[in-house]
Design a protein around this ligand. Structure first.
Ligand SMILES: O=C(O)CCC(=O)C(=O)O
Length: 264
């Protein structure tokens, strides 16, 4: 474990890579996801996926990852959301330059996002790119382009005129993760490889952080204590695939897209 995670994170706005699992273990998590996809159809961008998939919960609660998160936001850790972000081989799917906190409705930046690779993420497959230090300048203006159907983001929100010569790629092997701050400018290009680019995106918060846009959102305590009670409680899936939880997961997915799918 790298002891200067927090220092680098707050200096650069991201830290990468954190080595969580070996490649074999990561590939078995990929196989679990692909089994679920064979049963339920595509799982790209399904929010709160850890409430129906045990594998997603195991990944996001991995102790090595949580140790890194703890270095950044302290000992009380909740998971606010998890979603697979999947770019199919040789597709145009991409993510424009943006800052997460612009549209999440959180009242504090005591949060961190992790992106856990389940397949190789690199410049060919469209790994994440970050602008170092961009979190230090706070919120930037986002525009909503008329037409960008291949943009993964709900509203294709985009910060324009980024000096891409400053961008740093965060390549990851399966089983590695990157961590980024909610004000860090980041983006990713299309997947030009012949394999799927699969990542589990996880948002961790400290329990004091409030969601200010819509009531009723839940979160799950992973470590430490929740002394605030801002969130409805939720259960992690105890089964490979929790069929009984699907309806609730879909409701929460819908609520999440109403919260995060509008700016402010
Ligand atoms: O999956 C990607 O390429 C981008 C993900 C992203 O924007 C995020 O994790 O905040």
């Amino acid at each position: 474990m790298n002891s200067n995670i927090s220092q680098q994170f707050y200096e650069n706005g991201f830290f990468s890579p954190v080595k969580i699992l070996n490649q074999e273990a990561a590939l078995s998590h990929r196989a679990e996801l692909e089994e679920v996809e064979a049963k339920l159809g595509p799982q790209h961008y399904q929010n709160k996926i850890h409430t129906i998939m045990r594998s997603a919960y195991e990944l996001l609660s991995d102790p090595i990852l949580l140790d890194a998160i703890e270095e950044i936001i302290g000992p009380d850790i909740m998971v606010y959301n998890s979603t697979y972000i999947i770019k199919e081989p040789n597709t145009l799917s991409h993510v424009s330059w943006h800052q997460d906190l612009t549209y999440w409705g959180l009242d504090s930046d005591r949060q961190v996002s992790a992106w856990i690779a389940l397949s190789p993420a690199n410049d060919v497959s469209g790994c994440m790119r970050m602008i170092p230090g961009s979190h230090l300048s706070g919120e930037r203006i986002h525009v909503i382009p008329e037409d960008d159907p291949d943009n993964v983001l709900y509203q294709s929100q985009t910060v324009e005129n980024i000096d891409e010569t400053k961008a740093v790629s965060c390549p990851l092997l399966p089983g590695q993760a990157s961590l980024h701050h909610g004000w860090t400018l980041h983006a990713s290009a299309p997947n030009q490889s012949n394999d799927r680019r699969i990542g589990l995106n996880v948002q961790y918060i400290s329990p004091e952080v409030k969601q200010t846009k819509l009531p009723g959102y839940s979160a799950l305590l992973l470590r430490g204590e929740d002394r605030y009670g801002h969130y409805a409680t939720e259960q992690a899936s105890s089964e490979k695939l929790n069929y009984l939880g699907i309806e609730h997961q879909r409701e929460m997915d819908n609520l999440y897209s109403r919260i995060a799918g509008t700016s402010g």
